[in-house]
Design a protein around this ligand. Structure first.
Ligand SMILES: [Zn+2]
Length: 122
């Protein structure tokens, strides 16, 4: 289970999604994967704040290229804001890599440690 998907499911149970009184914001330590980005679109998350980029499976590039259908204008990715507490998140992944046994998940997490930060916008 991906943590962001679990958080959205718990928020759905606690708040409901159809008549929510305020924008829904998701804050996670890692760029949402494509699956979680799709879930956020279905659950109509308005904004997503994440710490560390995940170029191998993150959904930010897809969200940036998304063009809503005129028939389903609401079906769009949340606004994504990356780099929030990036180094703190990278430290958490480093700690995991230092203690976890060898596995595919550990090798994937190690790949996150060397991701360079995107250049700052204008
Ligand atoms: Zn995910």
């Amino acid at each position: 289970m991906h943590a962001d998907l679990l958080a959205m499911m718990q928020a759905d149970e606690a708040l409901g999604w159809r008549r929510r009184p305020c924008p829904v914001r998701l804050a996670v330590s890692l760029e949402p994967c494509v699956m979680c980005l799709g879930a956020a679109m279905v659950m109509r998350v308005d904004e997503c704040y994440f710490a560390l980029e995940s170029p191998s499976d993150g959904g930010a590039a897809l969200a940036a290229a998304w063009r809503p259908s005129p028939d389903l204008p609401w079906f769009a990715p949340p606004k994504l804001f990356g780099g929030i507490r990036r180094e703190e998140s990278r430290s958490l992944f480093r700690r995991y890599c230092d203690t976890a046994p060898e596995s595919g998940a550990r090798r994937w997490a190690q790949s996150l440690l060397t991701v360079s930060s995107p250049s700052a916008g204008p």
